[in-house]
Design a protein around this ligand. Structure first.
Ligand code: ADP
Ligand code: MG
Length: 239
């Protein structure tokens, strides 16, 4: 318990630091962005200088994203609980993401168990959780492939002491038929800043892990190199 308290303490200090740092970085970054946008307007459309300014703007966005993700990971925001319709949250994410794959050969499938009731959860955080997983799946299939999201009810014995009472959970699979993940890499996935992408931050899954833990749930990954990957999120049905 002492360890847990010390850890929580350390995390909240880290959260305060991260929040302060994020603020300090985002303000000057906004200044750089504004100035670069003005500069872009001054330069001829087809010029190397303008291309360079565009690169500056893209990189500014990248720093912005890292700061925001770091903030999401480090800040000890409490849960804002309400009754959340999981299927609506996920359905909305898929509808939006589908648009960004227009012209590509990416198929989206959803298989929801209609008997699953709303769960007590933080809707904003659940959106972030499933958006991160769906985005990873989209990045995995790249130009062509299939992304499937399914929900089902499972019984879990490991969550209860002595197993005398089983708890019901909802399990959501986010599966893709992308390249998969080599077994030796599976353990590192949830570590902050672990990424294999040139433009990745490596914070997405760490954030997912945090959100799931805060909801007293679990997240696991199963992957078959060459066949695909399935992330499964398990959340308590009755809290
Ligand atoms: P990022 O997406 O910024 O790289 P994440 O924390 O979201 O960071 O993911 C970490 C790493 O896990 C990725 O760089 C990738 O190597 C691996 N990964 C995550 N999801 C998948 C997936 N669906 N298929 C294959 N690899 C994945
Ligand atoms: Mg990611």
């Amino acid at each position: 318990l002492e360890d847990a308290v010390r850890n929580a303490d350390r995390l909240s200090t880290l959260g305060t630091l991260a929040a302060g740092l994020a603020h300090e970085i985002k303000n000057p970054l906004g200044g750089i962005k504004g100035a670069a946008q003005l500069l872009e307007l001054e330069l001829p459309t087809e010029s190397e200088l303008r291309d360079n300014v565009r690169i500056m703007l893209k990189e500014v966005e990248r720093v912005n994203r890292i700061v925001e993700e770091l903030l999401a990971l480090a800040s000890p925001r409490g849960l804002q609980l309400s009754k959340v319709n999981l299927h609506k949250v996920i359905g909305d994410i898929l509808t939006l993401q589908k648009r960004s794959t227009e012209g590509k050969n990416v198929a989206f499938q959803q298989q929801f168990d209609p008997s699953i009731p709303p769960i007590l959860a933080d809707e904003g955080l659940l959106t972030q959780l499933f958006l991160n997983l769906v985005k990873n799946a989209m990045e995995a299939v790249d130009d062509g492939g299939c992304i499937r999201v399914a929900s089902r009810v499972i019984s879990d014995y490991s969550m209860t002491q002595k197993g005398e009472r089983r708890s019901r959970m909802v399990a959501i699979d986010v599966a893709d038929d992308g390249p998969g993940i080599p077994p030796e890499r599976l353990e590192q996935l949830f570590t902050p800043f672990f990424t294999t992408k040139t433009k990745g931050t490596g914070l997405g899954l760490a954030i997912c892990q945090k959100i799931v833990t805060e909801h007293r749930g679990m997240i696991k990954v199963e992957s078959y190199p060459g066949k695909g990957t399935t992330f499964t999120v398990m959340l308590p049905l009755i809290q």
